[in-house]
Design a protein around this ligand. Structure first.
Ligand code: HT7
Ligand code: ZN
Length: 888
């Protein structure tokens, strides 16, 4: 397949005004009658009508009630002789498709006997012939007909206007969506479902019905999702003045889904993983994810659905903005400044461990890409997470109120339209004429067009006599595929200065009167210097506070400076960051050192500083847990030009073991003092306490490995058995498994027996074993054995992710084997999955993106494995694009 280029965008020659769809639902053969009213797009030169289709059986085409000539061009249906002068044209297309055979889970498919659709990005063409592009927006009427016994619930977008019985035990439902929408937001669901319902009244006084549909038996696990939905509705009204524009808002859960969830207009379809939550089956992280994904999809109703994308190159217009909105929602829900900081750190961790590697690898692309082969490959951390950071920088440059004004202007200008990323940033800047964003607007847009992570180098000079501190910031960005040279970005760098005792020093820029505690410097040139006056002592700079821009900060502060920040920085993000920088520094020194990995990599003063954080009287447990967590192996790998995954793994393991042993008494104290009592609540404070006790338990079990003490593994087993919630139970199980305790085996067996009828919990069971610490190469054989387990299926994306992805993408120490068996396993699974579900296969294919940085023998073996996949002649476009780019 050939690439599609952003520069080739042309407005559609035809517009679709109305669509009237009738479905006769049958798993083996569903009939779809599609009646459209279409018009020529005035101002666009006349062209034949070219409708997209994919794996459809075409039975009939009619124009204005009569027969017509048509031809097929590849998978497109082409009508060249549509009547001139008769506008609009009534077009009728009758097709059939086979939902039960649809393992790609795009278009119309069957999951556990229920019909679902997934149309974004290009799935609607697998349902009927259509102009399958987001800038064609139409009004939809949908009639669903199906057997009443098997499919009692029939849902589509909008309002239910009619329903009733038909012959032969069948029934029908007719839905009308009052809002124009692109076809990627179409949805239908038909099956045996039950709903939790809630009536709400918006601030504006309008009544709405909220419904969460699940399989019978799962209803009691929907309370949290419903609460999250109600909070989302209220939050969008309060923060952005955006109200729900529908009478009815539905969420439906399915266990077969390629991604997390889908924002279809008024009928969101969710992976069960992001809907179902009960204290006995879901962890605190699951509860938080449900809230954030429910929010994300709901917020799309305005940012994505009311204003949508002109073309798929603009995907981050809706995704980056909606991630920003869901992150803000989670922070506002979390409440305290400390809980906000925890959420910010978690988001930055995702960015740094997943997006930075993507931006430095073969799949690097701008937030607004210039070309793609398969759009499904571009639902990436760059589009989502970096896109959100780009919106966050705009927010910070214009301020919270200025951003709200910008959003208002964006909706005034573009409601009901399909627009571009440029339109968005233009609205934010126009609403804030005096802002740094407006001042540097064209340059700021480089964040959308240039890929790669900029590096900001910071160098400070203190002049004791003049009491000035000069800070020089320089920026650079390495070449990325297709982009050899980069122009300077607009980089907001929030800074503060600390005294040697950690106290905040006032900031006064030379030539200004005002003093502040924190200030945002806007770096626009390759190099700029700022001079601060009245600086009474050599300061410790606190740079890039709150992670004010998605860059790598290169500042060679001393260990002493970082220890000061770790103990005192008033910016919670930078306090955490100081600990991470120190840990990274010691880790890299150990990676580069000759000989066997040392057992005392961490210096005593650093261990003592961590102890102080752990024992701190006022810091939140969640925050302590993040400070005490070492940087991920993948993040360490990104700092190196040549990566020996086994060495990195050994270094991180050794550091963790050292922390386990050196702080043994402190971990025991942390465990005892943070062990929760009372009723389970998934709020940030109690979740944080559980996270810290979980880490403490693991550390205590790790320490027991060397001491031979069996008390803590025994305690962990007891806790595993007695736990009143999944978080404590799973943390205890993980502590046993990851520390290699003998009790891990019986605990795993017991866990499976307890939860064998809970698919999402069984996913955890597979995932835990696949991400286990590899002591002696046992993980791969275990994974292979688990593939034979009766509960395993490659066809279910959640299950495939839980076992195969957990091993290949999240367990570097077990995956990168000197005998190359991990890579052979990966290539076999990519090919096997590609025949079932190319989208999921292409995600797995990305596990070896960074192969060219690997040391030998890994590098050659990884390249050979990728080449073996690439050599398969009938690969999907999805996997072909990933492996071709990887091989460069
Ligand atoms: N906008 C949704 C994207 C999505 C998707 C894309 C391709 C294939 C399957 C998919 N399922 C959902 C998800 C979101 O960002 O809200
Ligand atoms: Zn989204």
């Amino acid at each position: 397949a050939s690439a599609i280029y952003r520069a080739d965008y042309q407005a559609p020659a035809w517009l679709i005004e109305t669509v009237d769809l009738t479905f006769d639902l049958d798993p083996a053969k569903t009939r779809v009658l599609n009646k459209m009213r279409i018009r020529r797009n005035p101002g666009v030169p006349a062209q034949a009508l070219r409708l997209d289709g994919d794996e459809l059986n075409l039975a009939r085409v009619m124009v204005n009630g009569g027969g017509t000539s048509f031809k097929m061009d590849g998978s497109q249906l082409v009508l060249e002789n549509l009547p001139e002068g008769s506008d609009p044209v009534e077009l009728e297309i009758f097709t059939t498709c086979a939902p039960a055979k649809n393992t790609k889970l795009m278009g119309l498919y069957v999951s556990e006997g229920t019909f679902f659709t997934q149309c974004e990005a290009e799935g609607f063409r697998r349902i009927t012939y259509f102009l399958d592009r987001p800038d064609v927006m139409a009004l939809y009427t949908v009639t669903l007909r199906a057997n009443r016994h098997d499919y009692p619930v029939l849902l589509s977008n909008g309002n239910l206007v009619d329903a009733g019985p038909l012959d032969d035990g069948r029934h029908f439902a007719k839905w009308v969506d009052p809002h124009k929408k692109p076809c990627y937001l179409f949805a239908l669901v038909a099956g045996q479902l039950v709903a939790r319902e809630q009536k709400i009244k918006s601030r504006a006084g309008r009544e709405h019905l909220l419904q969460v549909f699940v399989r019978p038996g799962d209803l009691e696990k929907t309370e949290h999702a419903m609460n999250a939905l109600m909070h989302s509705v209220a939050w969008d009204e309060a923060r952005f003045g955006l109200s729900l524009d529908l009478d009815r808002f539905m969420i439906v859960a399915t266990s077969d889904f390629n991604m997390g969830a889908m924002e279809n207009k008024g009928l969101n379809i969710f992976n069960t993983k992001y809907v179902l939550a009960s204290q006995s089956t879901a962890t605190d992280v699951d509860f938080a994810n449900v809230e954030s994904v429910v929010g994300h999809e709901y917020f799309h109703n305005w940012t994505g659905n009311r204003i949508t994308c002109r073309d798929w190159f603009q995907l981050s217009l809706k995704e980056g903005l909606t991630v920003f909105r869901d992150q803000e929602f989670s922070m506002d829900m979390a409440g305290t400044p400390s809980a906000r900081a925890v959420k910010r750190i978690e988001d930055v961790r995702v960015l740094r461990t997943a997006q930075f590697p993507e931006d430095a690898g073969p799949m690097a692309h701008p937030v607004r890409p210039d070309s793609y082969i398969e759009i499904n490959n571009f639902y990436t951390v760059t589009i989502y997470e970096k896109g959100s950071e780009v919106v966050r920088m705009q927010h910070n440059l214009v301020g919270r109120d200025g951003f709200a004004q910008g959003m208002k202007l964006y909706f005034q200008r573009h409601d009901g339209q399909a627009v571009t990323c440029d339109d968005f940033v233009q609205a934010i800047a126009d609403a804030n004429p005096g802002s740094a964003l407006a001042q540097h607007l064209e340059q700021f847009k480089r964040w959308y067009s240039q890929s790669g992570t900029p590096v900001v180098q910071a160098r400070g000079q203190y002049d004791a006599a003049a009491q000035t501190y000069a800070l020089t910031l320089s920026q650079s960005c390495a070449a990325t595929p297709g982009q050899a040279d980069k122009l300077p970005f607009v980089i907001p760098v929030e800074i503060g200065l600390l005294g040697q005792d950690g106290s905040a020093l006032p900031l006064q820029l030379q030539g200004t009167d005002a003093t502040t505690a924190s200030q945002t410097l806007v770096l626009t040139e390759a190099t700029q210097t700022w001079v601060f006056t009245g600086v009474a002592q050599a300061p410790v700079p606190s740079l890039l506070r709150g992670f004010s821009a998605p860059v790598v900060l290169d500042y060679d502060g001393s260990d002493a400076e970082l220890l000061t920040q770790l103990a005192h920085d008033s910016d919670a993000f930078n306090r955490w960051e100081a600990g991470q920088r120190l840990a990274l520094r010691y880790a890299l020194q150990a990676v580069h050192a000759d000989g066997a990995v040392a057992t005392d990599i961490l210096p005593g003063d650093f261990v003592a500083a961590l102890r102080d954080v752990l024992r701190h009287p006022t810091l939140d447990a969640a925050y302590k847990d993040l400070v005490l967590t070492l940087p991920a192996e993948s993040y360490m790998a990104e700092q190196l030009d040549v990566v020996d995954p086994q060495r990195i793994h050994a270094v991180r393991e050794s550091m963790r073991q050292q922390l386990a042993e050196a702080l043994q008494a402190d971990w025991a104290w942390a465990f005892d003092t943070h062990s929760a009592t009372g009723a389970y609540q998934p709020d940030p404070i109690s979740s944080g306490r559980r996270a810290l006790t979980g880490s403490a338990l693991l550390m205590l079990c790790l320490a027991a490995r060397t001491s031979g003490d069996t008390a803590w593994p025994g305690k962990a087993y007891q806790r595993f058995k007695d736990a009143g919630n999944m978080t404590d139970r799973f943390n205890a199980l993980s502590a046993l498994v990851h520390s290699g305790a003998e009790l891990a085996k019986p605990a795993l067996e017991r866990f499976h027996a307890l939860f064998k009828s809970e698919p999402l919990v069984i996913d955890k069971w597979f995932s835990l074993q696949a991400s286990n610490c590899d002591r002696g190469g046992q993980v791969l054989p275990a994974v292979k054995q688990l593939m034979k387990h009766a509960d395993f299926s490659l066809k279910n994306p959640n299950r495939a992710r839980s076992l195969i992805f957990s091993y290949c993408s999240a367990n570097p120490g077990a995956f990168h084997r000197t005998d190359a068996a991990g890579y052979v396993f990966w290539s076999e699974r990519v090919l096997e999955l590609d025949a079932i579900n190319p989208q999921v296969a292409a995600r797995l294919a990305r596990a070896l993106d960074r192969w060219s940085k690997l040391a030998e023998p890994y590098r050659t073996a990884a390249r050979e494995a990728i080449a073996r996949v690439a050599a398969k002649p009938d690969l999907s476009n999805d996997v072909r694009e990933v492996v071709t780019r990887a091989l460069g």
